[in-house]
Design a protein around this ligand. Structure first.
Ligand code: ATP
Ligand code: MG
Length: 685
């Protein structure tokens, strides 16, 4: 007797009609036409994209031929997980079977790095190229600026950070230097010719050293796609190209997509013009608005208006904030979920703000809401400093996104530089750092070594032939042994070899070597998750693990912890309870952005992004007094804050406003017994 398998529940059954239309678009056709899903926050865009991928795979598409472009590596993992879940329900994989992975899910930058590495030989690029993060790029720009003699100009030439910002904008927005200076950096007017000379020298230097910075990953990919034969070959590798958060792409990214799929067939993009928050990095909201008309026939457009994330009172307040935008955005969001109004909490100062949030978080946890379902959002990384102290003091574990990065720590940079230098012996930045870790080798010897390596056909041979200063000889020998071992070892053993060599240097250079060694062990654990050295270095540089909270001790993954995040890094995510810090003018909009209308409008959208992350509980906190650090103007300043201009009187009524928390102490001092501590200590001996 055979038993008929029970019918599987339809994993697409919960989709609404528009979502379903997006999932099924072009079904049955070999290459579906271009599709744009444009809709407000929490309407299921990302979910729909995941369901569409699952549907494609279920219908026979090869997961290896699906290119899925997301905003962060985290988002790519999340996407893979969601696709897996739908497929699991649809096809019923056994408990031990894994759903198919999406090897081409990643950010534009990481996919660009992989493709460039693959096509390097045919485009005259070294496959060994190193990727510079923002800090490295700034250092190199600084070096070139000095070499070119701009550091010594009488009238002050723009600093290296500004030079890099101008350069980055020129590249990403595809604009001439003159225009970028005129519109974005008018205080650099008069330096246009020198800047161009500097940028040419910077590009030469990078090519000489075989390094690419972030912008180059897009720029080189874009330029590579301008060659029709290569564009054709790369495009033909992918049957489907899907992009999330399309409102935050820039011109280069839009150009790359067009190169991949010139007629738009197989292309799906989703996004929300009201959430465009990366104009400062040259994202073009016009990309999403102009998308349909790029193709003939034009792309199909599907809009979604039902929100599945938040309650109606949270949506009412969010709709009202974005409703005052200068430009009209997508339609009002609605839901059938009732709930409490969001809160507008006025407190005296930042200390009280920290105490209020910590209390509220703990109260929610008491009521059964895990910490991981709660998040605190803020405009700038340093806005959470007081809260971090308060949380640490109260032993509330937290993870911070978008703040100090793991990779910015000196010891992590040292170790990665070792791996980078072995990977690419022409990288001067990595070489300069590593060589000077060797006792007895200072900047002059390091430069002599690097010059010799640069001039040689085989830089590794030049390294072996190098004669270090006499006092450095034994340590140099130890380095060469480690170097040779690294050249022949397999992955992920490399990290162990590098750490073994580095440990004595670490102990010599840092008092807290033990703590730092733990970070390196964590790095080794992360490394073991990657297929090889080159992939590991590229991915790590592109999208570093952001979470370290040194003081509180990084929580283990199975522990419960609160999320702290900048508003930018919160994109695409959701939590049951959301607290927004410093909802005052000067913080949001940031006082760096109050000059031009476009900048202020971007800040408005940012607040909208923050508010629409909340599912059930939303609290905006307004400290009446707070400190600001004035960059370049010297010192800190006390500011008296007023509620952000984005929540005028007409909107305030959509919030609950409990009376100001004035009398409350930041941390109520418990009644303690008086003791004679001196006497107790004396008695100890
Ligand atoms: P954002 O603009 O913030 O990126 P989004 O439009 O991508 O948001 P999602 O994150 O995909 O929205 O979905 C928001 C929430 O709504 C998720 O928890 C998702 O699971 C849920 N959701 C989406 N569609 C449905 C549906 N048809 N039925 C039930 N829940 C849904
Ligand atoms: Mg989304």
């Amino acid at each position: 007797m055979t038993i008929a398998p029970a019918p599987r529940p339809d994993p697409y059954a919960s989709l609404n009609a528009e979502q379903r239309a997006a999932v099924e678009h072009g079904r049955g056709e070999a290459t579906p036409g271009p599709l744009l899903v444009i809709a407000g926050a929490g309407t299921g865009k990302t979910m729909t994209l995941a369901s569409r991928v699952a549907r494609l795979v279920q219908d026979g598409a090869d997961p290896n031929r699906i290119l899925m472009l997301t905003f962060s590596r985290r988002a790519a993992h999340e996407m893979e997980r969601r696709v897996g879940r739908v497929l699991h329900a649809a096809l019923g994989f056994g408990a031990t079977q894994q759903a198919p992975s999406l090897p081409w899910a990643g950010t534009f930058h990481s996919v660009g790095a992989r493709l460039l590495r693959e096509y390097a030989p045919s485009v005259g690029l070294s496959p060994q190229f190193t990727i510079h993060d923002r800090g490295d790029a700034e250092d190199l720009m600084g070096m070139v600026r000095q070499e070119q003699g701009f550091a010594a100009t009488e009238k002050r030439f723009p600093l290296k950070g500004t030079c890099l910002t101008v350069y980055s904008r020129v590249v990403n927005a595809c604009l001439p230097v003159e225009q970028v200076v005129r519109e974005q950096h008018p205080w650099c007017l008069g330096w246009e010719e020198e800047l161009k000379r500097l940028f040419r020298a910077y590009v030469d230097e990078k090519q000489q050293q075989q390094v690419l910075d972030y912008d180059d990953l897009l720029l080189y990919w874009h330029r590579m796609m301008e060659e029709p034969a290569i564009a054709q070959a790369v495009g033909a590798r992918f049957d489907h190209v899907l992009v999330d958060e399309y409102q935050d792409t820039n011109r280069l990214q839009a150009g790359i997509l067009l190169g991949l799929k010139p007629d738009g067939r197989g292309l799906t993009v989703v996004g929300d013009d009201a959430q465009s928050i990366y104009a400062f990095r040259a994202a073009e909201v016009r990309n999403i608005l102009d998308f349909p008309a790029l193709f003939t026939p034009p792309a199909r457009v599907i809009t979604l208006t039902r929100n599945y994330r938040s309650t109606q009172p949270i949506l009412d307040a969010s709709n009202a904030v974005i409703g005052l935008a200068a430009e009209r955005h997508a339609k009002e969001l609605w839901t059938d979920q009732a709930g409490e109004r969001p809160q507008l909490i006025t407190v005296e100062d930042e200390m009280r703000q920290a105490a209020w949030v910590a209390d509220a978080v703990l109260a929610q946890r008491e009521a059964g809401l895990r910490l991981t379902r709660q998040a605190v959002l803020f405009r700038a990384g340093h806005h959470s400093a007081a809260l971090e102290l308060e949380l640490t003091r109260r032993n509330i574990p937290f993870v911070k996104f978008g703040g100090l990065k793991f990779l910015e720590a000196a010891h992590v940079k040292d170790l990665l530089s070792v791996l980078r230098w072995v990977q690419n012996p022409r990288s001067r930045l990595a070489g300069f750092r590593v060589a000077q870790l060797i006792p007895g080798i200072g900047p002059a010897s390091a430069r002599r070594l690097l010059d010799a390596m640069e001039a040689a056909d085989d830089p590794r041979q030049a390294m072996r032939a190098f004669r270090p200063p006499a006092q450095a000889a034994p340590d140099w020998q130890a380095w060469m042994q480690a170097h040779d071992a690294l050249c022949s070892s397999g992955w992920p053993g490399d990290v162990e070899i590098a750490t073994r060599w580095y440990q004595p240097q670490l102990e010599r250079l840092h008092d807290d070597a033990v703590v730092r060694l733990a970070d390196l062990q964590q790095l080794a654990r992360i490394a073991s998750g990657y297929a090889g050295r080159e992939r590991f270095l590229a991915e790590l540089t592109l999208d570093p693990p952001q979470a370290t909270s040194d003081e509180s001790g990084a929580p283990h993954l199975d522990e419960d912890y609160l999320i702290l995040s900048t508003m930018h890094s919160a994109k695409g995510q959701e939590w049951t309870a959301v607290y927004v810090l410093n909802v005052v003018d000067g913080c949001i909009p940031s006082d760096m952005a109050t000059g031009r209308t476009e900048d202020v409008e971007e800040e408005r959208r940012l607040l909208y992004v923050a508010m629409t992350r909340a599912k059930r509980h939303l609290s905006l906190v307004v400290p009446q007094r707070f400190y600001v650090t004035q960059q370049g103007k010297g010192g800190d300043r006390h500011l008296y804050g007023s509620l952000t201009r984005f929540i005028p009187g007409s909107i305030v009524r959509l919030f609950n406003r409990p009376a100001m928390q004035v009398a409350r102490e930041a941390t109520p001092a418990p009644q303690l017994p008086a003791i004679d501590l001196m006497a107790r200590v004396r008695r100890s001996f």
